[in-house]
Design a protein around this ligand. Structure first.
Ligand code: 1YM
Length: 643
């Protein structure tokens, strides 16, 4: 009797027979060091108990005998898990002289081969099974419906209170376990519905066709949800990509099954920039990755590069990196294997080396085939990756160059800038004005207290086409960077921004739109937070001035003009069409476009900017006619109103 403490603990609650003590000794280590078996005794460990039980049912489903699992969080706070499988074997164990149920519930690692040749692949993080849950439960009840008979047994802290008993006849089949987590072990006893629900939904996605319900009886109005996905991980990917614009009409699905393992992969690309890859081994989220993930990532990069080169979409010298081919990717990788090796800090890294090749071979074969069979989609995908690559190159170069050139250190404001007198950025705005002459007019027309003017002379560089050297040498871009004061790319700092509003003021014609889109592309690539935080606007100058006697009317669109002309009944009017900002007097410019009381500003959204950027990338090096058409089409790119 070496361990006095635990014996003392034992005698606190119940009287024990010799036999009981024997049973308990088997489970003693679990109660003494719960952390070693379930990770921890906090909320996470508590929830782990449910997962351990569910795993038995999932195994039974994978073996082909169980289709439905029900989980109930009872009013008392206990948990009931039910399945409609074969039921844990109830017969006597040949050597242990007790029922198989009792062996499963009282022996560590008694699962597995005991009952036959089940396809054992599921298993929680620690894979310790029912006996651990039993050891850590104040009370546990198991009911098995098998061969027309209902069997029942009850345990307290892992100790059976009586042998397995026949209760009576039944039409049902399966196993039901109800357990009350032990307050002596756990820091908290409160189950979180959402946490369990999310995990069950995940399990249902990963095991096509398996139906899992969860019910919360603790509430006034109990909630119940049921998850069943006939599409399995394809539906999982669809679920993760919902509300996103996608490249493939349906997620790509590849799979391979052999005697000892099974690989399933589903993936989709959306127009966002995030990468979501969830990799699982035996239904466990392998957060630290492993061989299956490596096989997937490597093959994806290789397949897309090969396809791009073979079909001349990629230049021989161009190479897409892993990051480039994973931008906007949502993927689920699920492998099931007989002897998973879990490694890493948190034992969530798959170590089985054969998986690398199995995954990469099946990708090569099936995704390669998919691309060959869908050339239009394949081309779009490669172009998307090229865009990602350019953006990444630009950002990296920007970081290096800004450091080298010290563009950001420059403290002297550009000579062309007519700054405002107000110093609090909150109240300041800067107008980026197309052309020197309009710039001059704007300088005269502005309220110099809070409005600064930066005339943009000459062509603004297309940051998409130019090398980064050129971008940072470009006078206009340098002027903007120093005037704004907030830096670019990774050195961007909103706190240093000198103006709360950055207002692009260009002519209401094609060239004006062109400049606006070039500016947006620059902001999008190098000062994205400016747009995200809503600092960028487009001014809206009028297209027409209508003079009737002494009255002036300004119209901002053809519809407005027609409405006005109709309402005026067309007496003697003078109609002036503004071809550019330069045609307005300083007073007119103030009245129509700059006076905060009257002007219309359009706030640029990330969508606008991303769209400008994307379309620019797409049009790279293509037909100039196409380009012109696009600019005309997008002359009204900005939409959100801010008056
Ligand atoms: C609510 C928990 O444990 N279901 C369950 C467990 C088992 C079986 C079926 C089962 C497995 C096998 C054969 C086999 C277990 N059996 C054992 C052991 N639900 C729950 N459903 N017959 C029935 O693996 O061959 C351990 S778990 F070891 F007794 F076979």
């Amino acid at each position: 009797m070496e361990d006095l403490i635990s014996k003392e603990e034992l005698s606190k609650s119940t009287k024990y027979t010799e036999a009981d003590i024997q049973v308990l000794e088997g489970l003693e280590p679990v109660r003494k060091r719960p952390g070693m078996y379930i990770g921890s005794t906090d909320k996470r460990g508590l929830h782990h108990l449910v997962i351990e039980i569910i795993d038995n049912s999932v195994d039974e489903a994978l073996a082909g005998y169980c289709t439905q699992i029900d989980v109930i969080i009872n009013k008392s706070g206990s948990i009931t898990v039910k399945d409609n499988g074969r039921g844990i074997p109830c017969g006597m164990h040949p050597t242990e002289h007790k029922s198989a149920v009792e062996v499963v519930l009282t022996k560590l690692h008694a699962g597995g081969k005991f009952g036959g040749e089940g396809y054992k692949i599921s298993g929680g993080l620690h894979g310790v099974g029912l006996s651990c849950v039993n050891a850590l439960s104040e009370k546990l009840e198991v009911t098995v419906y098998q061969n027309g008979i209902e069997h029942y047994q009850m345990y307290r802290r892992g100790v059976p209170q009586a042998p397995l008993q026949e209760v009576g006849p039944t039409d049902l089949r399966g196993t039901t376990v109800t357990f009350y987590p032990d307050p002596e072990i756990f820091e908290t006893l409160e189950f979180d519905y959402n946490e369990l629900r999310n995990r069950f939904r995940e399990i249902a996605f990963l095991n096509r066709g398996l139906s899992i319900s969860i019910e919360d009886q603790r509430q006034e109005n109990p909630v119940k949800e049921n998850f069943k996905f006939v599409g399995g991980i394809v539906e999982f990917v669809e679920y993760l990509s919902k509300n996103k614009e996608c490249i493939f009409p349906k997620p790509v699905y590849v799979d391979v099954v052999n005697k000892t393992n099974e690989v399933e992969i589903a993936f989709q690309y959306n127009n966002g920039y995030n990468e979501i890859i969830n990799a699982y081994a035996n239904n466990i989220n392998t957060e630290e990755g492993g061989t299956h993930l490596e096989g997937f990532r490597n093959s994806l990069t290789k397949i897309i590069n090969d396809y791009g080169k073979n079909n001349k979409i990629l230049k021989e010298s161009e190479k897409l990196s892993g990051d480039d081919v994973r931008e906007g990717l949502t993927a689920i990788i699920s492998v099931k294997l007989r002897n998973p090796q879990f490694e890493g800090q948190t034992k969530t890294k798959l170590g089985n080396s054969e998986m690398r090749k199995i995954v990469s071979d099946v990708m090569q074969e099936k995704f390669g085939e998919y691309l060959e069979e869908n050339p239009v989609i394949a081309r779009e995908l490669v172009l998307k990756c090229i865009t990602a690559k350019r953006a990444r190159d630009a950002a990296r170069n920007a970081r290096e160059l800004t450091r080298r050139k010290g563009v950001l250190d420059s403290t002297t404001l550009p000579g062309k800038l007519a700054d405002c007198t107000e110093k609090d950025p909150e109240h300041c705005e800067i107008y980026l004005v197309e052309g020197d002459s309009a710039g001059g007019t704007a300088k005269q027309g502005r309220d110099r207290k809070f409005q600064a003017i930066l005339p943009l002379r000459g062509k603004i560089l297309n940051v998409e086409k130019a090398s980064l050297h050129k971008v940072l040498e470009n006078a206009i871009i340098k002027d903007m960077i120093t005037a704004f004061g907030c830096g670019i790319s990774s050195e961007f700092n909103e706190e240093k921004l000198r103006y709360n509003k950055i207002i692009i003021m260009t002519d209401a014609d094609v060239d004006g739109s062109h400049i606006r889109i070039l500016l947006l592309t620059f902001f999008f690539r190098f000062m994205q937070p400016l747009i995200e935080k809503g600092h960028v606007y487009a001014a809206q100058p009028p297209l027409y001035k209508v003079t009737v006697g002494k009255d002036n009317y300004y119209c901002y669109s053809d519809e407005e003009l027609n409405e006005l002309l109709d309402s005026l009944g067309r007496p003697k009017i003078v109609l002036q069409r503004y071809k550019g900002l330069g045609e307005m007097t300083a007073e007119q410019l103030w009245e129509t476009t700059m006076n905060p009381e009257k002007r219309i500003l359009l706030k640029i959204t990330m969508e606008d900017a991303a769209q400008a950027d994307e379309i620019f990338s797409k049009l790279m090096g293509e037909d100039p006619e196409l380009r012109r058409e696009f600019i005309e089409l997008n002359a009204t790119l900005v939409k959100e109103l801010d008056v």
